[in-house]
Write a protein that binds this ligand. Structure first.
Ligand code: SF4
Length: 314
């Protein structure tokens, strides 16, 4: 038995925050003399980062590594106020590529902490977005129901929870339930902060998992939303594998599969999806179909200094 059909998820791949972040670096390359420094990977995708590295973009994980006075782009995942301060002391010319949906969570953290809430963040320890958000206000991080069971807060009568934008909808629902059980006062500014792109891609995978024998998720290992797509499929009963590109596809995974699903995380370029489809064609797939899904029409404006090149050059 060999592969007959490939079903492509819709939506998949780049979200509005990633498009904006990459656009910001491209424009910075056009307008400023090289090199351009980027604090952390601009988005979590190996291919994107390697391509920009070849064009005089230098990725660093510490602001101290950047020479004073250089141009520095903050990645889509956002940074803490401490990083902003450090950049100021080094007189860096900062261009902020933080996704506006991450900024929204930062602003919520500041506002509700000022209002006296005990803040809880649902997220993954060590993720850059989590580090940035946690720098905004005193808060505690939980990533599982077990964490909630052990959680102590300063004011149990006033608990506000926020969420990392790229989590699994189902996992978060369980954690929120546990929080509300333990702290009946627990509330949040919105149902959760999981962004539209994460939700739409997970919903598409859930639907698709009923139709395919195996799912390939195009994305990098450190991409949170790509990892969640793989997990959503596995939980729904369909084996799924995360690959950077076609070279990482293990033929063993596809043995016995008639229908293969393909999706891509929010930071994975469509170019890589096409390469994966070509590879599946070379393995015998003849039928290709895009599953009907949500149309996305979300666009984020560029930071003001980049939409006005004259000001930029000043
Ligand atoms: S995944 Fe969501 S929060 Fe992250 S950059 Fe994309 S739109 Fe923004």
């Amino acid at each position: 038995m060999s592969i007959e059909k490939v079903v492509l998820a819709k939506p998949r791949g780049f979200c509005a925050g990633v498009v904006r972040a990459i656009d910001i670096v491209e424009r910075a390359l056009d307008y400023y003399p090289p090199p351009i420094y980027v604090f952390h990977e601009i988005v979590h995708n190996r291919y994107v980062v390697e391509n920009l590295s070849k064009r005089n973009v230098v990725f660093v994980d510490s602001i101290e590594e950047i020479p004073d006075g250089s141009v520095c782009v903050f990645s889509a995942h956002g940074v803490s106020p401490q990083v902003v301060e450090l950049a100021e002391t080094k007189r860096l010319r900062v261009i902020d590529a933080t996704c506006p949906l991450v900024t929204k969570v930062h602003l919520e953290a500041v506002r509700f902490s000022r209002d006296g809430y005990s803040m809880v963040l649902i997220g993954h320890p060590g993720h850059e977005e989590v580090e940035g958000t946690m720098g905004e206000a005193p808060m505690q991080l939980v990533s599982s129901v077990e964490d909630v069971e052990e959680l102590e807060v300063p004011n149990a009568q006033r608990v506000m929870y926020l969420t990392q934008t790229t989590l699994s909808l189902d996992d978060v629902a369980e954690i929120i339930e546990a929080l509300k059980r333990k702290f009946p006062s627990a509330t949040s500014p919105a149902k959760d902060d999981i962004c539209y792109a994460t939700q739409n891609r997970q919903n598409a995978v859930k639907e698709m998992s009923q139709r395919v024998d195996v799912l390939l998720v195009v994305g990098s290992q450190n991409s949170s939303n790509s990892q969640r797509l793989r997990e959503v499929s596995v939980v729904a009963g369909t084996p799924a594998y995360l690959v950077n590109d076609e070279d990482e596809i293990n033929p063993e995974w596809l043995k016995g599969a008639r229908t293969v699903g393909v999706t891509a995380g929010a930071s994975a370029p469509e170019e890589l999806v096409i390469r994966v489809l070509d590879h599946l064609r070379s393995m015998g797939a003849t039928e290709f179909e895009e599953q009907p899904g949500e149309d996305e029409n979300v666009h984020f404006a560029l930071p003001q200094e980049l939409s006005n090149p004259e000001k930029l050059m000043a």
